[in-house]
Design a protein around this ligand. Structure first.
Ligand code: GTP
Ligand code: MG
Ligand code: ZN
Length: 297
């Protein structure tokens, strides 16, 4: 006898999909049908599963997705918690802007957590905090202590919502999730100092119950491909440019050489962070050239 039920894919292990149903976690295999119609079931997908008495469980259907991130490989994401380290790997506004633009393009809200501020001196911390306060002001809530997150996240994550950690390898995503979920011991590792890069300790995307939904630990990434973005839409993904652009003289102003451009005016008045504008220009040229510059690979 078989029985059908629904659930959310919480992990993918050696070809098996672990599905959280109302009652339990069931390990399933995908039916061949997915290979035919080219939908690859992804962590975060809401699915139908068929359970039978021999313990052979099949994933038989993927319900329509609200979104699909790609990086991290996760479906139906409600919110990204971006982990940015103060050091090891070094703090970088350029990388921060790249993540934020990418997630704005994907239409997912982002909060930022600064990790490893305990490893820098007060002066360096003040510098970074001043920069991050700008981001907080334009609509990206910034957290400096994991304890603040431990307080607010359980209430913020609503029923069946999927929140995900994202950020560079070695930034401290798994360390944070271990703090937030006391009984969890996700593997963490010191970054290799020779390259000042992470070691990619976490290799799979996995959802953990938090609040009334889930928080995902994910493998680190930093290379982001902007070339699929239409060049004239890029400015919409700089949220504060987008907000001010109604005051530019020309509709569809790209904030380049157009006269009476509000965005450029605000950059000159230092009300928009000049690094934001510089990074906007860099990303434009990246889209124009159709490739990621060598130094960012
Ligand atoms: N001092 C200090 N060390 C931290 C902090 N957060 C993370 N670390 C250390 O940084 C190293 C990397 O942390 P991980 O949590 O493994 O990093 P990750 O983002 O999960 O990396 P990947 O899984 O490779 O993507 C570990 O040695 C952690 O102990 C922090 O806030 N302060
Ligand atoms: Mg990790
Ligand atoms: Zn403009």
């Amino acid at each position: 006898m078989t029985q059908q039920t629904e659930g959310i894919i919480i992990g993918l292990i050696a070809g098996f999909y672990d599905v959280q149903t109302e009652k339990e976690v069931v390990r399933t295999r995908a039916r061949g049908v997915f290979r035919k119609n080219k939908t690859k079931p992804t962590v975060g997908d809401r699915v139908k599963v068929e359970l039978n008495e021999q313990g052979m469980n099949y994933l038989v259907d993927v319900l329509p997705r609200a979104n699909l991130l790609g990086r991290p490989a996760l479906a139906n994401v409600n919110h990204v918690l971006l982990v940015i380290s103060a050091i090891e790997p070094d703090f970088s506004v350029q990388l921060l802007d790249r993540y934020l633009t990418f997630f704005a393009w994907k239409k997912v809200a982002v909060s930022v957590y600064l990790s490893k501020s305990d490893l820098i001196d007060d002066e360096q911390a003040a510098e970074i905090k001043e920069i991050l306060s700008y981001y907080d002001q334009i609509g990206y809530p910034v957290y400096y202590e994991w304890k603040e997150l431990a307080k607010s996240l359980p209430n913020a994550i609503k029923k069946d919502q999927i929140w995900t950690l994202a950020g560079q390898s070695g930034a401290g995503k798994s360390t944070l999730i271990n703090h937030l979920k006391k009984n969890l011991q996700q593997e963490t590792a010191a970054i290799s100092t020779s390259l000042n890069r992470g070691k990619h300790t976490t290799r799979t995307v996995q959802l953990f119950a938090l609040g009334q939904g889930f928080l995902a630990d994910t493998p680190g990434f930093s290379a982001i491909d902007f070339t699929p973005i239409k060049i004239n839409e890029l400015c919409n993904y700089f949220v504060e440019f987008n907000r001010e652009s109604s005051k530019c003289k020309f509709r569809g102003c790209q904030h380049l050489k157009e006269p009476k451009c509000e965005v450029k005016k605000l950059v000159e008045e230092k009300k928009i962070l000049s690094s934001r504008y510089d990074n906007y220009l860099l990303m434009r040229s990246e889209i124009e050239n159709g490739r990621v510059p060598e130094y960012l690979k």
